[in-house]
Ligand binder design. Sequence first.
Ligand SMILES: *Cc1c(COP(=O)(O)O)cnc(C)c1O
Length: 557
Amino acid sequence: MNEGTIEVQKIYQGGQPSGGLQDRFEEQIINLFSATEESSAETELQTRIDLITKSFLEAKQISRDVDLESVVEKFADSKLPLFPTDIDSYIEDLATNVVADSIHVSSPRFIGHMTSSLPYFFQPLGKLMTAMNQNVVKVETAKAFSPYERQALAMMHRLIYGFGDDFYTQHTQNSESTLGMMVTGGTLANITAMWCYRNALLGAKDDFGGVENEGLAAALNFYGYQGAVIIGSSLMHYSFEKAAGLLGIGDRNLIKIPTDQNHRLNLAALRETITECRQRNLLIIALVGIAGTTDSGAIDPLLEMSAIAQEYNINFHVDAAWGGAVLFSEQNQHKLAGIELADSVTIDGHKQLYLPMGLGMVILRNPHLAKYIEKTARYTVRKESPDLGKRSLEGSRPGMSLFLQAALNIIGHKGYEFLIDSGIKKAQYLANEINRKPEFELLFKPEINILLYRYIPEPFRQKTAQGKLTTSDNQAINDFNELLQNAQRQAGNTFVSRTTLENTAYGAGVPIVALRVVLANPLTTEADIDAVLNDQIKTAAKLPVITFNEEVNDDNL
Ligand SMILES: *Cc1c(COP(=O)(O)O)cnc(C)c1O
């Protein structure tokens, strides 16, 4: 316990705060808010935080070799602190118990997830944003941040749709128009798009008030539908399950079309499904195409899907949360051909735009679509106002457009092109290395910068090369790869993630455990990639050798 705490506790001894001390206590609390004066305490705090940040960002390890259970134990106490804790001891506790056991996602050898290092300028800008504390829900608490956000969204709209200058002159700052909505991530972007479509399809008509007003059962009944569905591939992100649940459609009615071995939606099956839905009188809320699946980065046949959507008059949404930034690349943007025909597109800022966590967006082809989700409140978000909160799922929101604007300006289109192209090149490098090494098997030739492969234990290498693995061989290899990924993560020197594939060259219905690499960190070099593979080879050598049907025991580790 520190001096400050002891002093405050004295004030309350016997439940009776004493006069002079009570005043000092209150002053101490008020002073927490008046940081404009340059105080030495504030400078000291900043210096301390800078040191913690620096050592965090420079750490070579990805994590400490500590069990999650022992980390959890540190946070078992749920008593709310009664007396103020002195800042220094709070920061000390934070550094030793939280920061020390966080994950160094910016490490060049952390190549298993969609989260990587950030440009340095976000740290000072984040400080500015926190200090300004704008709330973009309404102009009265944000002012410049409202048009600033609209401008950033219009830039992203141009990137996708590239309409003429007249279009942008007319809509960018017109409060009747919505070129997109900024949200906290891809999940909310996808949900927002589905919400718009549901409401547009089941809107007010004659004496019916619309789905938003009267509910889904009444709407389906009024329009004569037996139910409503969302259609996409089996690799759709699970945010669509949330959308189906929230919108009252039921996540069972999220129809998942099988994919081919390249992880792309099967078009013949799509046509059959649409026909069946029509026969069964089910309303199709939207068709979803994926531009960069979370698992493998595969891209659906967007051009063909958009043609089918047009033919059947179905809303077409593209989930480009991961892959959208490939549009920056002249050399690679053709992979996303057809995205410009989508009615809406999800893009995550905190993925390949390299923005801090908490920024996603949905971009809308039709600037008036968002009217279907418009809500106003007399006391704050008024009907005629340019308030962004009028057409948004969230209420109070920070001025995240600062981050998007900063990056679009400071990195620029050409800067992003370079980042995207180098990630794709690194994935090709890794694919070549895997193909060269007998220890590994490539499971998915990277379409962009995500790659799937696995380790093949020695006894299975010959059979793998000859294409003679049996289902039980694959089971044994699966078990081994699970052990390998766990051991690698626990040791914390390098990191890749893990997934299970349902449809590979080994056939549909033979689950294959895959190691998953995401090459997005600009700081990752070919030497880092080599280090990750070598770490796996070294780690694998220490794991129990598996033979046929032998149960692998986690205790052996
Ligand atoms: C990451 C991702 C999402 C979800 O985005 P969050 O930002 O995690 O909410 C949705 N779709 C795809 C394809 C993604 O990669």
